[in-house]
Design a protein around this ligand. Sequence first.
Ligand SMILES: C[S@@+](CC[C@H](N)C(=O)[O-])C[C@H]1O[C@@H](n2cnc3c(N)ncnc32)[C@H](O)[C@@H]1O
Length: 307
Amino acid sequence: MTEESDPQDAIDSAGESKADALDPRVAEYTAGQKQEGIPFIGAGPGDPGLLTLTGKELVDEADLVVHAGSLVSSELLEEHCSHAELVNSVGKDLEELIPLMRDAYEDGENVVRLHSGDPAIYGAALEQIDALEREGVPAYIVPGVTSAFASAATMRTQLTLNEVANHVAFTRPQGKTLDPEDDHIADFVGMGDVTTCIYLGTHAIPETMDRLLEHEGVDPETPVAVVYHASWPDEDVMVGTVADIGEQVEAAGYRASAMVIIGEAATGSGYERSYLYGDWANRGGDGEGDAAEYPDDGKTAEPEVDD
Ligand SMILES: C[S@@+](CC[C@H](N)C(=O)[O-])C[C@H]1O[C@@H](n2cnc3c(N)ncnc32)[C@H](O)[C@@H]1O
């Protein structure tokens, strides 16, 4: 493989140029606008209805769909992609994937890359985009619904909740990719007002909970929801606490494809009414006037009432 087509070299040189100057396309396009090149589309969590309209238009026009294997639901592939050639990216390294997409694109095919959820979360999309662009093939991201959001919807809750959780952590447990010292799950949970969403951790839920139980700041009764295959027909939900959820998941036998939500917000209980629908909103951002008159000019500070 030449230096020109070495993905690591592409990543390094893209990193250098991005640190120097903003890509002009940042100012040229807004998220959701179609651009020249291969779109990296967030397929959403599984339900075909949770693909965005732009994502659907792009897959409708596709000749080749390179998808993220079993994480993109077969229902979605059947419903939206059956007209196209399908290639499963699982088991293919960058050295195989990049020429595959590049050659098809250069042959004039409409190529789309379908990632599960949103490509910006544990999607490894950027390294593919940088490597493609190094090969002269433009690429861009079309966002999707990440599985944490789908799981919150299943649980009929919010990830942020007034007086319960002001912060959300998207995280993963230690393992092959993450060293133990870089596993911050116990720190997030120990903070108390953080909703912790664990990706890529289904196989390690009992061990993760054991580590939390050893952590001084973590209450063993902290609620935990595990949503397997959120939005799929076989979606399954388990609820418990840090102390007992591990056993439940082990008994159910799930080893992949679940979202773990830790924190009071998982239950949707214990919150206080927000300021948004209270008197405070009627006073506007500066405490004066009616919120309805708040000028959406991008310059006036907005009222902090998004709870
Ligand atoms: C490689 S990551 C990809 C995440 C994806 N980009 C997203 O935004 O949801 C895969 C992990 O996402 C979570 N995941 C993906 N789809 C899911 C679903 N439908 N239900 C629950 N968790 C899901 C699981 O934790 C899984 O291990």
